[in-house]
Write a protein of this length. Structure first.
Length: 136
């Protein structure tokens, strides 16, 4: 059996995850990647998506991240995320409300709408709803 690695997912507000993992998969901006014990060190930026990992007991876990950076070392993976939420922490009602606000901003013809920011909000809301099972 392969050795476990330490996984830490931190945001400016909290430590979302600090536990041992058998494997970690992350949404890199250049594509999804996986890390096992003994991995070659590297850094990557992250896009909106989910960190999937298999905990020390063999259970697959998911954590939504709203972008950030990851450092992979042979014995540790550190994620510095703009935001991070475990599936059980995601409020479906809040995600639906955020989706509606983002769609309203994007359909607005006002000159002061920051479309990049609205598109990012839309992507975060849709991904949260996907994790809740509301969107397939």
């Amino acid at each position: 059996m392969a050795e476990n690695i330490k996984l830490e997912i931190v945001t400016p507000d909290k430590i979302a995850v600090a536990e041992d993992a058998q494997a970690v998969t992350a949404p890199g901006t250049m594509g999804e990647f996986g890390v096992l014990s003994g991995h070659t060190p590297f850094l990557s930026s992250l896009k909106i998506g989910s960190i999937r990992y298999v905990d020390a007991g063999g259970t697959e876990r998911f954590v939504f991240v709203g972008g950030g950076f990851v450092e992979a070392l042979p014995d540790k993976v550190t994620v510095l995320a703009e935001s991070a939420e475990r599936r059980r922490e995601i409020s479906e009602e809040r995600a639906k409300a955020a989706l509606e606000r983002a769609e309203k901003r994007l359909s607005s013809e006002a000159d002061d709408v920051d479309f990049l920011r609205a598109e990012a909000a839309l992507a975060r809301a849709m991904y949260r709803l996907t994790m809740c099972g509301s969107i397939q």
